[in-house]
Structure formats: structure tokens, C-alpha cells
Ligand binder design. Sequence first.
Ligand SMILES: [Fe+2]
Length: 171
Amino acid sequence: MKNSPSIGEEDAKKVSAELAKVLGDTYVIYMKTHGFHFNVEGPNFHELHILLEDQYKTLWKSADVVGERIRALGHYAPGAFSDMIALSGLTEEKGVPSPDNMLQQLINDHDTVCNRLKGSHEVAEKAEDSGTTSLLEELLLAHQEMTWMLRSQAKKITGDYVVKSVTDDLK
Ligand SMILES: [Fe+2]
């Protein structure tokens, strides 16, 4: 199979293997987010249900882009749930945790995904595959944005809000 122009066969294989891990992570966090969207309960049900819906839709779209990038590099993309779980660095949730625990699990999982994305980015950079490096950068931004939203949602009413001016805090 012919690889993407300007990327050698060995490099395309290495980068595709990294993208397969990204795909696995994306599917597992997608599934967890969608499951929490189904099952969340409590006084913040509506807000959480909507927030999680926004996020699982974003993650589902990301999975599509990652799978298609593997195809553009000349390899086949994994398409089985068992492969996604094996490729992922995340753990599934089979129960129904409390809303706080749901948010905390997702925050931790996004953090894990960001670290793994940085590792994949290094591989793509070494391969001089700028198409993949920019895709991974976009994914990193998206995961960081989702984390920010989850953290803000998880903040308790009695939480530590700004204690001095925002501009002082940034110094
Ligand atoms: Fe829904």
C-alpha cells in the first residue's frame, strides 16, 4: 500500500501505531463520557447531562479524524472495541459513580490522554510528519479545553474562588 507522500514507509508505520493508541484512548474516553451522560443523576443532572453530551460528540468526531489520518498514512485503522481497549492507556468504568467521581475520573483520564498525546507528538515530530503533529496539537487543545470545563463544573460552591485580582494571580 502506498504511504502518504513525503513520509517514508517506516516512519508512516511508527506514526500510525501511535495514532492507533490515540484512537484507543479517544474511544475509551468517548465511551466513558457517553455512559456518564446516560447515567448521571442528582441536583446538577441537567447541566452535567448537557456538558457530557457536548464532550462525547467532540470525542466521537476526534476518533473519526484520527482513524482517517491512519488511512492517509497508508495503514488500516483499528475498528474493534476490543482493540480500542487494548490500545488505550485508560480504564473503563462499568458502574455508576457519583457525579463528583464521574467528573474526577474524566479529569484524570483527559490528563492521561494529554501526556500520551505528547509522547505521540514526539514520534510524529521525529518522523517530520507535520500533518500528524498539527492534528495531535489540535487534539491536545481540545482535551485541555474539556478538562477546564470539567474542572469548572466540579468546583464546589464553597470552593476557593479568586482571592486576589486575576492580574495579580497571573504574575
Ligand atoms: Fe443523549
